[in-house]
Design a binder for this molecule. Structure first.
Ligand code: HEM
Length: 450
């Protein structure tokens, strides 16, 4: 007779992507990170890759993402990967953990409140028009560079109250060096502190020098003006510590400004670049976009008041970020033993929320590789569980700049479509996964009309 007792059945072991002894999947990680992540995703909602001795649990599942980012958020801290950016970002909001993170978030929150954001709209449109004014019909541009320069100019004026267009090349070079140094560190079988003068460490040092020069100049200019000008920097300069009432030191302001400088323009530039890539392959979507903007706005400058009446514009951006999420992976490290998907992970276990993989699951998004903005229209979104789509993360560490970024992307896209037609020259572009997901080799584009 069959027993009716419910004996404990241990969960099947977490599947792993086959790799080499000692190195694990390091070579694949170095050569083709997106491919490696896809192989892990094909193994199931939780799968393991090995970066040398370090096991990374890739989570390609909306419920597990919610577990890590929201429900069990307190059991995790930012992962070691991001810590490689610490020489650059210091203790800014992105890298800080626990209590310092809570204090920083509270300090910065007013700068991203809806009323403040609305006052940034005009600058966003002006800087987009300034970018278009630099182009001429039939000119060939690298759209990735152009979007980077434009969003940097917007971040400069809105967040720091100054013009940073002249620093665009320095900032781009600094960010590129820092991101490559971080990925080289992650891909190395030997993890050594920054004291060691390895080429990858020297690259980070150079990145810090380049970007520090810009950031400390911004702070000096901000201090010289000495009053609240409505931007984040002046707010930081007059802020007082909630406990002892002291002002922030130059170093603290520097870390926060550096974080916002980096997090606040590169991601949005990537989102806009990928949006144009998709538009290049979908003339029907361009036609509907142009018609929506013409009907609602006409030829006058777009304003933030127009945005609720431009749902297709928003849906186009959201769908581009589904396929090409600028922050394609979010890492965490367990602070204590945690239970996840029926498995027990020890303290110190590394998990990575595979945002791009989640966005491309065919049970969440049928025909996942098709670019279909209609699935991002309000009714379609309401019918879908929230964590199937998480370009800005979720939980206490959700992007503080998400409303800023969405407002910026919509205003920029609507303004661009009013005045220009852009034709990316390649119909297939691979993603280059650094800290963010960039188009590999940029985005060569012809300005058809402006
Ligand atoms: C399309 C554009 C953007 C995307 C896709 C994006 C994505 C993200 C994601 C996924 C996170 C969470 C990281 C994690 O949980 O580990 C994050 C955090 C953050 N983002 Fe964004 N972001 C964008 C734009 C911005 C902008 C415009 C700003 C500032 C003006 C900004 C500032 C930050 C900061 C400071 C954090 C850290 C928040 C915290 O830990 O409390 N981001 N972003």
């Amino acid at each position: 007779m069959a027993s009716t007792s419910t004996a404990f059945v241990p969960p099947a072991p977490i599947p792993g992507v086959p790799g080499l002894p000692l190195l694990g999947n390091l070579i694949a990680f170095r050569r083709d990170r997106l491919g490696l992540t896809q192989r892990a995703a094909a193994l199931g909602p939780i799968a393991r890759i090995a970066l040398g001795p370090i096991a990374v649990h890739i989570l390609t599942d909306a419920d597990l993402a919610r577990e890590v980012l929201v429900d069990q958020a307190a059991a995790f801290k930012k992962s070691a990967g991001l810590q490689f950016l610490r020489p650059l970002l210091g203790d800014g909001l992105l890298t800080a953990d626990a209590e310092p993170h809570r204090r920083h978030r509270k300090l910065l929150a007013p700068a991203f409140a809806p009323r403040r954001l609305a006052s940034y709209g005009e600058v966003m449109v002006e800087e987009t028009r300034a970018q278009i004014a630099r182009w001429s019909p039939e000119q060939r541009i690298d759209l990735a560079d152009e979007m980077m320069e434009m969003t940097l100019a917007i971040a400069g004026r809105t967040l720091f109250g100054v013009d940073v267009r002249r620093d665009a090349d320095t900032v781009a070079r600094g960010i590129d060096l820092a991101m490559r140094s971080m990925v080289e560190n992650l891909s190395s079988p030997v993890r050594l502190g920054y004291r060691w003068p390895l080429p990858r460490h020297l690259r980070m040092k150079r990145a810090v020098q380049l970007l520090d020069a810009v950031v400390y100049r911004l702070i000096a200019e901000g201090r010289a003006l000495g009053k609240d000008r409505g931007d984040v920097l002046s707010m930081l300069l007059i802020a007082r510590d909630e406990d002892d009432g002291t002002a922030l030191s130059d170093h603290q302001v520097r870390d926060e400004v550096m974080t916002l400088l980096l997090a606040g323009h590169e991601t949005t530039a990537n989102a806009l670049t990928w949006t144009w890539f998709e538009l290049g392959n979908h003339p029907d979507v361009v036609a509907r976009l142009a018609a929506e903007v013409a009907r609602v706005v006409g030829t006058r400058p777009v304003t933030t008041d127009d945005l609720p009446a431009l749902p297709w514009t928003a849906a186009v951006i959201d769908e581009a970020m589904r396929l090409h999420p600028p922050a394609y992976m979010i890492g965490r490290e367990a602070l204590r033993e945690v239970s996840l998907a029926g498995h027990t992970l020890p303290a110190g276990a590394v998990v990575a929320v595979n945002i791009r993989g989640i966005h491309r699951r065919d049970d969440y998004f049928p025909a996942p590789l098709a670019f279909l903005p209609e699935r991002m229209l309000p009714d379609a979104r309401k019918a879908r569980p929230r964590h199937h789509y998480l370009p800005f993360g979720a939980g206490p560490r959700v992007c503080i700049g998400s409303h800023f970024a969405l407002m910026e992307a919509q205003l920029c896209l609507a303004t661009l479509i009013q005045h220009a037609r852009l034709r990316p020259l390649r119909s297939v572009v691979a993603g280059e996964p650094l800290v963010t997901l960039r188009p590999r080799g940029g985005m060569p584009t012809v300005v058809e009309r402006c």
